[in-house]
Design a protein around this ligand. Structure first.
Ligand code: PKZ
Length: 143
């Protein structure tokens, strides 16, 4: 596994190092394109008492899947996201998030992701991403 150089925006809520209130996730990638992130989610992202907020769980899955696209040199935005909340995700425990790119059909990219704790799947997701140009992605950054 090696660190993923994803070039994502510095203030990204999921992975931006400059976003002090964000999740500041770090991702690894295998030679086969499997994305892995091990992290502990801080208490400020609480939903149910002691557990991660459901919106943050969706973010973790979405973020990991977007990195699976990046590992394929694809810049894409999430168009459709499905989340299966199987078990609550505890705060402050080391969870493992994995994601992979499944297939491409033209601009459409299909990915899947999971969150695990001690080998048990707590949440899983699938998403459709649509490839966009760098110009489209950066069109708001000059405002
Ligand atoms: C120096 C710079 C470095 C850059 C460094 C890179 C940084 C890398 C950062 C990446 C960033 C990621 C960040 C994390 C991922 C987010 O969180 S992204 C944020 C959340 N997502 C959004 O805000 C996206 C909002 N949606 C949109 O802007 C537009 O819908 C999109 C995604 C651009 C697509 O619009 P569009 O280009 O008009 O595409 P559209 O024709 O509607 O659909 C395309 C195709 O998908 C099909 N489709 C649409 N919906 C569905 C569906 N639900 N089921 C099946 N098919 C569907 C359409 O039928 C169409 O099919 P074809 O006709 O092509 O066969």
């Amino acid at each position: 596994m090696r660190p993923l150089a994803h070039g994502a925006a510095h203030h990204c809520f999921g992975c931006g190092k400059a976003n002090r209130s964000g999740l500041r996730l770090n991702f690894l990638v295998s030679d086969e394109g499997l994305i892995v992130c091990r992290t502990k989610i801080p208490a400020r992202f609480e939903g149910p008492p002691g557990y991660v907020h459901g919106g943050v769980i969706a973010t973790l899955l979405d973020e990991a899947m977007s990195k699976a696209n990046r590992a394929c040199n694809v810049i894409a935005m999430t168009r459709h996201l499905e989340v299966d909340y199987r078990r609550p995700v505890p705060l402050r425990s080391t969870i493992e998030i994995t994601a992979r790119h499944l297939k491409a059909e033209g601009r459409k990219h299909f990915c899947e992701a999971e969150i695990r704790l001690h080998g048990e799947t707590l949440a899983s997701g699938k998403a459709l991403f649509i490839a966009v140009t760098k110009q489209f992605l950066l069109s708001r950054t000059k405002d």
